[in-house]
Design a protein around this ligand. Structure first.
Ligand code: GTR
Length: 474
């Protein structure tokens, strides 16, 4: 076990109250929007139409009620001991890069078996259907391409529709950010030629999503999360797809999305260590990278996998498994992502398995309120990415995601980064808000709520420049 360092780090305690109030204010706004009962409706119809049950469940999930057992108080974080990534049970300590290779496999096995579930071993022969070839976009500054990855097996077919942008004036291949989006490709920019998906999606009416289908009103609704102009201006491409193309984000016993293609390997509900939705999304990111390997205008050797929140958890697990991702970026990924589970701060294992029973494999539920029994913790997920550059970002008001627990994962993965000959993380204290720190590992704590913003992207661009273009003056 790894001795846990003592509270050396900046206390986030003072943010707790602010965040609680913020959650409550948001909830009040939501309640205002619910509207009034009309005479034509029965009370039951009204309840169903107004999605009161949904809103109430969401409210209960996110508020910081002590009755739900969510802790936002640093003083109430239990004492805990972390498993040591460099010392397996009953084994010799790992002291060389060669010995790490075996230990790394053990850690991957533990994450697969106990948490994210195993991904399929079968290789597919994808077909790539180009629905729009490189076309001038973004006022002539970029070119855009849309391609569908068609995957078939066992009589089932799944389609991952990838949207690509790259700078138009680059003769050479360019590095790329690869990440999934929440409600469809059309949401990342209002350009009218981006195809709207017809498949199931999360998202509210405010997002232009009606009955779980994205409508024309969804165009550009999430554009603040994808600052394409700035990314393109810095010489990078973007490749994105809707996470729901790979697996719709609801619990259906793993029957829809990509799952039917592998029903022989993972019969629904029979395998306690079969991939959950986060595992499926991560696998999908690797299929996008397969496509990029044969796309002549993109440099697949300089691919940074990125994701926000649940998709940040996904980016980390994809980057941990698939070493072709040269850089891995987690934005506000929290529980099941960068945050240490044993701290039980904000969202806990029990909470996440209850709210989202489909995200992880069935075995993960064995650790509800028993985090200390996990053979791994999230610092080991970060360690699996070593020696490749990894970036973790938190936000001051996002206590649900436990910023301190996210930072500590980097601290406790650092010995692996150092063993593998990198400089790891250049600090051992949590930096003040808006003071990014960039080494082989990067971290920042942005002021503000749970989100991915232009500020976050600017730090990621600086970080990837440092690793992808080390010779350029800065
Ligand atoms: C929350 C969930 C978090 C995070 C977030 C998101 O409801 O509790 O783990 O993933 O959703 O994806 O926005």
């Amino acid at each position: 076990m790894l001795p846990v360092q003592h509270p050396l780090l900046l206390s986030l305690k003072n943010h707790s109250r602010a965040s609680t109030l913020l959650d409550r204010n948001r909830e009040q706004k939501r309640i205002k929007k619910i509207g009034c009962l009309t005479n034509q409706q029965t009370f039951l119809q009204w309840i169903i139409n107004q999605k009161i049950v949904y809103r109430w469940v969401f409210f209960m999930m996110t508020i910081s009620s002590p009755a739900l057992g969510q802790n936002y108080d640093e003083q109430r974080v239990p004492a805990y001991e972390l498993p040591n990534p460099l010392h397996g049970e009953n084994e010799k300590p790992i002291e060389s890069a060669e010995a790490w290779v075996h230990r790394r496999e053990q850690i991957i096995d533990s994450f697969e078996r106990e948490m994210y579930g195993k991904s399929p071993t079968q290789k597919l022969e994808p077909q790539y259907e180009v629905t729009e070839d490189w076309t001038p976009a973004l006022d002539g500054k970029a070119e855009r391409k849309q391609v569908t990855i068609i995957l078939s097996r066992q009589g089932s077919t799944s389609k991952i529709r990838v949207l690509l942008y790259r700078p138009i004036d680059h003769d050479q291949t360019v590095p790329v950010f690869v990440g999934l989006n929440f409600i469809g490709n059309a949401s990342i920019h209002p350009e009218p030629r981006i195809r709207i998906h017809e498949n199931w999606t999360i998202g509210s009416e405010d997002d232009g999503v009606i009955d779980h289908r994205a409508t024309a009103a969804s165009r550009g609704k999430k554009k603040s999360r994808w600052p394409l102009a700035q990314i393109i201006n810095r010489g990078y491409a973007v490749a994105t797809a809707h996470c729901g193309d790979i697996d719709p984000d609801f619990d259906d016993g793993f029957k829809n999305g990509i799952h039917p293609l592998f029903v022989d390997e993972f019969p629904p509900a029979k395998t306690s260590d079969a991939w959950g939705t986060i595992g499926a999304w991560s696998w999908g990111l690797s299929r996008i990278l397969d496509y990029l390997e044969q796309e002549p205008k993109i440099d697949h050797t300089r691919a940074a996998v990125i994701g926000h929140s649940r998709l940040g958890k996904t980016a980390l697990w994809a980057g941990a498994q698939d070493q072709r991702f040269a850089v891995v970026i987690s934005n506000n990924s929290g529980c099941g992502g960068a945050a240490l589970s044993r701290r039980k701060f904000g969202e806990t294992v029990h909470r996440i398995n209850t709210s989202f029973p489909h995200w992880f494999c069935a075995n993960f539920k064995n650790y509800n309120q028993r985090e200390e029994k996990l053979p791994v913790d999230q610092h080991m997920l970060i360690a699996l990415i070593a020696p490749r550059p990894v970036y973790v970002a938190s936000a001051t008001e996002d206590l649900w995601a436990d910023p301190k627990g996210e930072f500590l994962s980097l601290i406790y993965a650092d010995p692996v980064y150092k063993l593998l000959g990198t400089h790891g993380l250049p600090i051992n204290q949590m930096p003040a808000p808006d003071q990014p720190v960039h080494g082989t590992m990067g971290y920042h704590l942005r002021s503000g709520p749970h989100d991915i913003t232009l500020y976050d992207w600017m730090q990621y661009l600086n970080f990837t420049d440092r690793h992808f273009n080390p010779d350029e003056p800065r």
